[in-house]
Design a protein around this ligand. Structure first.
Ligand code: ADP
Ligand code: MG
Length: 543
């Protein structure tokens, strides 16, 4: 290892006597040194230190111009405090005083002239060993410092994440739990409502003919109440749920949504203005023409919530501005009010479920619904608010290149009789659909699950398959897929508790030609059947 040091080291000799320099060079060469540089003019010592970057300096003391002590002082000034540059003094004068002075000036060791070869090499080796150890330590330190720096940066980033994470996680978790609950409730209610609406509608023509006026009124109340309940359930469904892969989206014009919602919500702000003698104006500034891929009903819900909140925030009247604009490959939808505004902590918490400042009058769910819907649409929400000045909610949704689909579908019964396979794990829904469809002159077979349906489908031909989505063994999407494999031409209508009227207009997942939301009314069903079997033909035949 020491031999190695000698062969690696760069050695600078400073001695005014050329024969001494040559002798030393020779000794070192024999001992395996490969990089030795000797100078006889001590004035060049510092320059050589910088140019040659020696690992050790062998220094004579008695020299013209600068003696060894002066050279040591210059080197001391030149060498950085962190570096260890050993200086081996070569001298004929080795008095105690000389030694003290040399050590005080930075000398690390001495050899006396005339030189003993072995001693010179041993002392050089020792000094080099220290030098290389020092270098190794320096490298190690530098590495450690880098590591510490890197880890500190990582720690700081993690700390920052932790600081902001709990709120985020709690928010997400609460939304998720509530969403799952709401989703389950909505699904079950939709099935119950399908029954109420369906049998109600079946009963209606019979009661119209045979029932008393009172019975007819009761039934129409039942149907109206079921229809209202449908809307309540659709609000529940809109509450946060994770985006599903098969979520149906269509190109939607936010300007159109804004116009619709401003008009739909008018009773709330206009009516209130008149009743309470305050003045609320809602104006629109709709400049975006780009479309967004969305569920229109959900976006209407979003905007309705934002407008209601704006109106609530203006107890003495004011102005609400609903605007759209195109920005960053997307569309901005903003609702600005001149209301009470929010404090910073209200602003930070307003999206949380159950956060409300309206006491009994509020549920604190409006903005949680808005947040869930916008998240599922891949959008963002920004809220700017100033106490006493007003609030702006700005939503950004990515735009789509797809074109708008326009459907006008008839609701009269079709002229042609079809063979239809109905699949639902709930007998009662199968029965209802069968009643509704046979009432229109179609021939209907039903199956309680996917495998049974496939069995029937293999045995006989069908013009149309109508299947529920959530079923044991095989869901509606999987069944649709399997049907298409057997017969790509046969249209498949998917019936889902999570659907709504927009779903029926959208692009469908593979294997499905049309989506029909529960609860299904007779006209929904007729519309779906007409649209699913060869759409242009169906439209023509019933126009
Ligand atoms: P709710 O309206 O039932 O209170 P939201 O989730 O819709 O529930 O709103 C939560 C809270 O956010 C409100 O109670 C209110 O404090 C605040 N907020 C929402 N919109 C506005 C607004 N435009 N101006 C002032 N405060 C608002
Ligand atoms: Mg609200």
């Amino acid at each position: 290892m020491t031999k190695d040091h000698l062969s690696q080291a760069k050695i600078l000799i400073v001695d005014d006597e050329p024969s001494n320099v040559r002798l030393l060079e020779r000794i070192l060469e024999i001992s395996g040194c490969t990089s030795v540089h000797g100078i006889t003019d001590s004035r060049q010592a510092v320059t050589e230190y910088f140019d040659f970057a020696p690992d050790i300096v062998l220094l004579d003391l008695n020299m013209p111009h600068f003696d060894g002590f002066a050279v040591m002082q210059q080197l001391k000034a030149a060498v950085s405090a962190d570096d260890y540059l050993p200086i081996l003094v070569l001298t004929a004068d080795i008095t105690a005083d000389t030694r003290r002075r040399a050590l005080a000036n930075g000398a690390k060791d001495f050899v006396t002239k005339p030189l003993d070869h072995t001693e010179v090499i041993l002392r050089i080796r020792n000094l080099l060993e220290t030098r290389f150890l020092h270098l190794a330590m320096q490298r190690q330190n530098a590495m450690l410092e880098d590591q510490v720096r890197e880890r500190t940066a990582r720690l700081e980033a993690a700390l920052e994440e932790i600081r902001s994470a709990p709120e985020q996680n709690i928010k997400q978790e609460r939304l998720r739990a509530l969403g799952m609950m709401a989703g389950g409730v909505a699904h079950d209610f939709n099935n119950a409502l399908t029954m109420m609406l369906g049998y109600g509608e079946l009963l209606q023509p019979w009661l119209d003919q045979h029932g008393s006026p009172r019975e007819q009124t009761y039934l129409s109340h039942i149907i109206a109440a079921a229809q209202d309940a449908t809307h309540v359930v659709s609000r529940l469904r809109d509450f946060y749920r994770p985006a599903e892969n098969n979520e149906i989206r269509v190109p939607v014009d936010l300007g159109e949504i804004a116009t619709q919602v401003v008009s739909l919500t008018a009773p709330r702000w206009k009516g209130r203005s008149q009743a309470e003698g305050i003045h609320i104006d809602v104006i629109t500034d709709l400049t975006a023409t780009a479309l967004v891929s969305a569920n229109a009903a959900e976006l209407r819900e979003v905007l309705t919530n934002l407008i209601f909140n704006a109106v609530d925030a203006m107890p003495c009247g004011g102005l609400v501005t609903v605007a759209t604009a195109e920005r960053d490959n997307g569309v901005l939808l903003s609702v600005t009010d001149t209301g009470t505004g929010m404090t910073e902590s209200e602003r930070a918490r307003c999206l949380e479920p159950f956060f409300t400042t309206k006491g009994e009058g509020g549920t604190g769910l409006g903005l949680a619904v808005v947040y869930g819907i916008i998240q599922r649409h891949g959008g963002t929400i920004e809220i700017a608010s100033e106490k006493g000045v007003g609030t702006t909610f700005t939503i950004h949704l990515p735009s789509t290149d797809e074109q708008k689909i326009i459907h006008t579908v008839p609701v009269q019964r079709l002229d042609c009789a079809l063979r239809i396979l109905v699949v639902d794990d709930q007998d009662i829904i199968c029965e209802l659909l069968t009643e509704l469809l046979t009432g229109d002159g179609h021939t209907v077979h039903s199956a309680a699950d996917g495998p049974a349906a496939l069995g029937i489908f293999r045995r006989e031909p069908f013009d149309l398959v109508i299947t529920d989505q959530s079923m044991p063994h095989m869901n509606g999407l999987q069944l649709g897929h399997a049907i298409k494999e057997l017969s790509p031409e046969t249209p498949v209508v998917l019936l889902t508790g999570f659907g709504d009227e927009m779903l029926a207009l959208g692009a469908c997942p593979p294997g499905i030609d049309l989506i029909l939301g529960k609860p299904v009314s007779q006209s929904d069903l007729r519309r779906a059947v007409a649209q699913a079997i060869a759409p242009p033909l169906a439209l023509a035949s019933v126009a």
